[in-house]
Design a protein around this ligand. Structure first.
Ligand SMILES: [Zn+2]
Length: 310
């Protein structure tokens, strides 16, 4: 039997048909269109599942499970309590899907936690006893493995690493607090700060050569590598706050490995050396070995594979 894994992000919804060996046979993405709200998005997900199956020439009868990762908190019945970046509160995604796919097991869990579980089963932290994953995407998600087991804490709502408060910021987080790691180190945070600097600076910068709305995190990291001073300032700030977050995690958990996943792992090579040095300067036991920081090996597929494993 095959499984379907779905990864709902702030920008896109990724789906994949997965075989028994956790290989993605076929994948298909659609834009999330957050502004359309839960009613439309949940129907788009149903259509997406049928489109995925027809593109892969697979019958729905050959699928026994659909797993979904959401950027938020869901209970064991698939009710999403809270997904701030989707603007969802208490929506019954599990119920809507069960209504349509009656004989298929439907499971929903936090996206970063399941990406972390996928990396732990078959990816970058396979067989590692204590590890932490940060997913740097539209938001910042977190997954924690302690003694080989996922850890989500009481009520399953822990490991929200993105909402660790690491400083004061010029805008507030979607969770309502100010200074969350997510507002410094997500793709949207990089984008927002780049737009702010581009608007304020007198310096020449490639960030001024495009409309503010078209500045992307990818563009910022690339132009920083190419020597653009304003882009470098944006990346410096990203590295600085990410190093605070990671140093805090190392001081508390002392994991063997910290995995970086999500969209910003694409620029990993351009910031890892500096990140490592800045983390080292902030941890408590500077003279002892500390966590390796590695990129997620399943890349963007971790969300799909982890969801299919639910
Ligand atoms: Zn927050």
């Amino acid at each position: 039997m095959k499984k379907i894994g779905i990864d709902i992000g702030g920008m896109s919804i990724k789906s994949g048909l997965v075989d028994e060996n956790m290989n993605i046979i076929h994948s298909y993405n659609i834009p999330t269109e957050v502004e359309k709200g839960f009613g439309v998005i949940s129907q788009n997900i149903i259509k997406m599942i049928y489109d995925l199956l027809s593109q892969a020439n697979c019958a729905i009868e050959d699928v026994d499970a659909i797993g979904i990762g959401i950027p938020g908190v869901a209970d064991e019945n698939g009710k999403v309590h809270y997904a701030p970046n989707l603007f969802w509160t208490n929506v019954d995604l599990g119920g809507v899907l069960r209504e349509e796919f009656k004989n298929i097991k439907i499971s929903i869990d936090n996206d970063a936690t399941i990406a972390c579980v996928a990396e732990h089963k078959i990816g970058s932290i396979k067989d590692v006893k204590n590890a932490i994953m940060l997913t740097l995407g539209t938001g910042v998600g977190g997954g924690i493995i302690i003694n080989g087991m996922r850890y989500s804490g009481n009520l399953g709502i822990g490991s929200e690493i993105g909402h660790m408060i690491v400083g004061e910021n010029y805008y507030s987080c979607s969770c309502g607090n100010n200074g969350c790691l997510e507002t410094f180190c997500s793709a949207s945070a990089v984008q927002s700060y780049a737009r702010k600097l581009a608007a304020e600076t007198d310096e020449e910068t490639v960030l001024k050569s495009v409309r503010p709305g078209s500045i992307t995190a990818k563009m910022v990291f690339e132009s920083a590598v190419n020597g653009d001073e304003v882009s470098k300032k944006v990346v410096d700030r990203f590295v600085y706050y990410l190093s605070i977050g990671i140093a805090n995690l190392i001081n508390i958990f002392s994991p063997e490995v910290i995995v970086i996943g999500g969209g910003l792992v694409g620029a990993y090579d351009s910031y890892i050396d500096r990140l490592y040095e800045e983390v080292k300067s902030k941890i408590m036991f500077k003279n002892l070995p500390f966590a390796k920081i590695v990129p997620a090996t399943l890349g963007n597929d971790a969300g799909i594979i982890g969801a299919a494993m639910l």
